[in-house]
Ligand binder design. Structure first.
Ligand code: FMN
Length: 392
């Protein structure tokens, strides 16, 4: 049941972003919202999606169409899931659990990041039906920790494993740096001043404690916060090579996805190794701001994949209309990161549930407006896409 009061206060996601900016401590908002360089990658992601037009056909659709979607043999309430996010608890303490619980209630995929604030086992308990897991490259000692985390995720019932390949080097996000966020997370005097102006953040901190790398605890049981951050930093050099993806293909029995694909040849590479899906992504504009918007490379990648694997897309999706744009261009579903954290910034624990309700409602309305009775019918729509890459 839609909460009409919430709907009147926040009828779209960007309004929640504005509220999050006002309500969160400055460092928390800058951590979640800031991009690489001068944020031009984030802007370009938004503008590229905005530029996609879908020509409607009338006389067919007379009611809101359904948007439920099947991904890797499971049915979800819509073609949208929560993207993996490391340390979302800096944005709002307890955020991992709030996202997982809302996704479980809404029946949408929830992806826990290996560097998130909940353990693999906790995430599986909170979101048993929708739990996916994401790994960065944890390559020391022959991938000891990475392979063990994959084993734990499999034992806990994670339905899909995502390997992130788009972080070959460490880059900086200037707004985050300037606001004082460090690894390990430490609250200095300046940050303390901004926390005082954000009572809901302070209360959440008292309830959930400081952000931590929960899934790593058992590999360094005696490490304090600083040592743990250093330990995790040492474990995560670079990003997966294709041989390493193949190693995980041998170990992981369920659906395997590679995240961060922007070139059709890399998509083909992932398929040749036996991956079941790819995530077309530029990490939400957080790595380097010269990367193309995923929506602009999506059609060429969809052509290259040619139905042989599931194609997800993320980076810049802010509405149900954006979800329909991505689907019309061939994506099976999208993931979303910042939007869900904005919703927590605006509304605390109630935020993700409201965001998910908004997104599914908008997606149904946009689908109906363009005259598609199902998601797959949207793929047949006439689309103008000025930024589309051709590739040689
Ligand atoms: C706070 C934050 C932390 C993130 N941490 C990770 C991570 O640990 N692993 C990963 O693969 N992607 C990470 N990402 C990227 C997201 O998975 C996703 O690709 C991106 O947020 C999508 O763009 P959007 O924020 O515009 O929706 C992170 C994003 C944010 C906002």
């Amino acid at each position: 049941m839609r909460d009409n009061d919430l709907f009147r206060r926040f009828p779209n996601i960007p309004m929640m972003r504005d509220a999050a900016r006002r309500r969160l401590p400055r460092f928390a908002f800058e951590y979640l919202d800031g991009g690489a360089g001068t944020d031009t990658g984030i802007d370009r992601n938004w503008h590229a999606l905005d530029a996609v037009e879908i020509v409607p056909r009338y006389g067919v659709c007379t009611a809101l169409p359904p948007v439920d979607a099947e991904l890797f043999g499971r049915r979800y309430a819509g073609p949208v899931g929560v993207a993996p996010m490391g340390s979302p608890s800096i944005c709002f303490p307890g955020a991992d659990r709030m996202l997982a619980a809302a996704a479980q209630a809404a029946r949408l995929p929830y992806t826990l990041s290996a560097v998130g604030g909940m353990t693999i086992e906790e995430a599986a308990a909170v979101a048993p039906d929708v739990f996916w897991f994401q790994l960065p490259r944890l390559s020391l000692d022959g991938h000891r920790i990475g392979l063990d985390m994959a084993r734990r995720a499999q034992a806990a019932g994670a339905h899909a494993l995502i390997l992130t390949t788009d972080t070959p080097v460490r880059t900086t996000r200037p707004r985050e740096v300037h606001s004082g966020v460090t690894t390990p997370f430490r609250v200095d005097l300046r940050m303390m001043a901004s926390i005082i102006g954000a009572p809901s953040w302070l209360l959440a901190m008292r309830r959930h404690g400081v952000p931590r790398f929960a899934s790593f605890r058992q590999y360094a049981p005696n490490a304090g916060l600083a040592e743990m951050a250093e330990f995790v930093g040492r474990q995560t050099p670079g990003a997966f090579s294709w041989d390493e993806v193949a190693l995980f293909r041998d170990h992981w029995k369920g659906p395997l996805l590679v995240k961060g694909i922007l070139h059709p040849r890399d998509a083909e590479r992932a398929l040749a190794i036996g991956c079941d899906g790819i995530v077309v992504s530029n990490h939400g504009g957080r790595q380097v701001d010269a990367l193309p918007p995923p929506v602009d490379v999506l059609p060429a990648i969809v052509r290259a994949v040619n139905g042989r694997a599931t194609v997800l897309m993320d980076s810049g999706v802010r509405s149900g209309t954006d979800i329909v744009r991505a689907v019309a261009l061939g994506a099976d579903a999208v993931l979303m990161g910042k939007c869900f954290l904005w919703s927590i910034g605006a509304l605390g624990e109630r935020g993700p549930e409201h965001a998910m309700d908004l997104l599914l409602g908008e997606a149904r309305a946009s689908l109906g407006q363009v005259g598609a009775l199902t998601l797959s019918e949207a793929r047949a729509a006439e689309v103008r896409h000025p930024g589309a890459y051709a590739f040689e």
